[in-house]
Design a binder for this molecule. Structure first.
Ligand SMILES: *Cc1c(COP(=O)(O)O)cnc(C)c1O
Length: 423
């Protein structure tokens, strides 16, 4: 490949999304390829959180629940996220963690299925889905007398369309696989699930803010997603949850807390769910975390005048394609295999490499050089590309560092071998 670093710099100069990088507090000397695990700190966030602490909490105290709109933050930020995932206003709220929201929607979807079609007892998912999704689904399946069935991606459609499709209650998938970056066809799988009489639940953890998602066009039933990855909401930021409006007054909330009550401040002894998605709130919203999340979501919405998610997606595809091409040409002969799909339609916003040995140590050596990706067991080097703040020269430089690490054998140094708790 004859591309040079100057060609990458030229691409940056022509990139209409380049100014969006100014929204972030990027540490010097770091190329950050882990925004799919923890997004970068937005410039606005420290001041906004400080203001919430000093003014809204410190000075205004309890009055801020009304005067600063604390009570409606889950809906206000929810409406903003809705714009990024093809949902309507009032259909999505910010609440709890992704794991917990998954519990809530799976319980609701299973209850609806068991009321309509008690014979359906299978939750179908993907074997390499993110573990929390599988653990939560398995736990719910056990509680409801159901069973979780795990398949390979190419087995999903035949399973739904096959003769036994009639026993499937739910299809639960993560749109973009956390380890390989492989992206499912949400519309096709949802349609197949519906044709089989099943309900489709989507986890958008690696999609929201990263790839174009259109929940309505795909006719999905339920969705959850994560605030601290591509939405830049900060470590442990609250997650979000969506239900298609056709289910709005039917689905229930297994964690029937008072904030999801129709009238929390009537303090009645009986639970009456709030209309629509608001019933998916449970306890008191974490206001400081919500303030940070809103700043993060705003950094993605800032792309709207520049073409929005479609423009971000096309830059992301260019970056992931460039990274994979450069790895294959410049790191050839060093045992690295690109394991993310090369087909744009099947690839999220990350590129994963695999190596028979040394994957963890290579990632550590790269981090030592300021190129931050991560390692996913057993053999994957994972690199996330956030088009909001990455430049094409960063892609070039990251591959250059990777080449130096593998070509020099630097990763064999003992100091890169010891595994930390978070990989
Ligand atoms: C990151 C991620 C989660 C995170 O769940 P938490 O409850 O925030 O820990 C869940 N599911 C998927 C697919 C993820 O990628």
């Amino acid at each position: 490949m004859s591309l040079t670093r100057d060609d990458c710099a030229a691409r940056d100069r022509k990139d209409p999304l380049a100014p969006l990088r100014e929204q972030f507090e990027l540490p010097h000397g770091v190329i950050y390829l882990d925004g799919n695990s923890l997004g970068v700190l937005p410039r606005e966030t420290p001041a906004r959180v400080a203001q919430v602490i000093a003014q809204e909490w410190g000075a205004d105290l309890i009055r801020s629940w009304n005067s600063a709109g604390w009570m409606t933050l889950p809906q206000r930020i929810g409406d903003k996220i809705a714009r990024l995932v093809g949902a309507g206003a009032g259909e999505l709220v910010v609440a709890d963690a992704t794991s917990i929201n998954l519990y809530k929607v799976l319980a609701a979807a299973l209850a609806m299925q068991q009321a309509d079609a008690p014979g359906r007892t299978v939750i179908v998912s993907e074997r390499s889905n993110f573990p929390t999704d599988l653990y939560i689904a398995d736990s719910l399946a056990q509680q409801h007398g159901c069973r979780l069935e795990l398949l390979e991606p190419e087995e999903l459609l035949p399973r739904l369309q096959g003769p036994h499709g009639a026993d499937v209650a739910l299809l639960m998938l993560t749109h973009v696989n956390y380890r390989t970056g492989r992206m499912h066809d949400m519309a096709a799988l949802t349609a197949a699930a519906h044709a089989a009489g099943a309900t489709a639940v989507w986890d958008l953890a690696h999609s929201a803010g990263a790839v174009a998602v259109d929940l309505h066009a795909a006719n999905a039933d339920f969705a959850v997603g994560c605030g601290y990855k591509y939405l830049n909401g900060g470590p442990g930021a609250p997650a979000f949850v969506w239900a298609h409006p056709r289910h709005a007054d039917r689905f229930r909330q297994p964690l029937s807390g008072w904030i999801g009550h129709a009238a929390p401040f009537e303090f009645t002894p009986d639970y009456r769910p709030a209309p629509g998605i608001a019933r998916y709130l449970c306890g008191t919203p974490p206001i400081l975390s919500m303030a940070a999340l809103e700043c993060g979501v705003d950094t993605v919405l800032a792309a709207e005048p520049l073409g929005g998610m479609a423009a971000l997606r096309s830059k992301s595809l260019e970056m992931t394609r460039l990274f994979a091409d450069l790895v294959e040409s410049r790191c050839a002969g060093h045992g690295l295999r690109v394991v993310s799909p090369r087909d744009d339609a099947l690839r999220g916003s990350q590129v994963c490499l695999a190596r028979d040995d040394g994957a963890y140590a290579i990632v550590q050596a790269l981090i030592g050089r300021g190129v931050i990706g991560d390692f996913r067991a057993p053999d994957v080097l994972r690199f996330g590309f956030t088009p909001l703040y990455l430049r094409f020269v960063d892609v070039w430089d990251a591959v250059e560092q990777l080449h130096q690490v593998v070509a020099s054998g630097e990763w064999c140094d003992a100091r890169f071998a010891a595994r930390a708790a978070v990989t």
